[in-house]
Design a protein around this ligand. Structure first.
Ligand SMILES: [Zn+2]
Length: 80
């Protein structure tokens, strides 16, 4: 059986860069993120990416707390 939705969900031939760890199209000859950077610049890029990922994790936690608060308020309204 075939699942027609699956191909559209796939990112289609992406590979993770060995150097900076970011994803890029597998067809790319060199990594578009760090291909033109020297080692020092690549280090900076990696740190920035790390910080952004941490920020996203933080954002996810805030969102989770907000959801919990909203659910709690709804429960209070319902149970009153
Ligand atoms: Zn790279």
């Amino acid at each position: 059986m075939r699942f027609p939705l699956l191909p559209s969900l796939r990112t289609g031939g992406s590979a993770r860069c060995q150097r900076c760890g970011l994803r890029h199209p597998a067809s790319a000859e060199s990594c578009p993120h760090c291909g033109e950077l020297d080692d020092a610049e690549e280090e900076q890029l990696r740190r920035r990416v790390e910080r952004e990922q941490k920020g996203q994790a933080e954002l996810g936690r805030v969102f989770l707390i907000l959801t919990a608060v909203i659910v709690g308020l709804l429960l209070l309204l319902v149970l009153r």
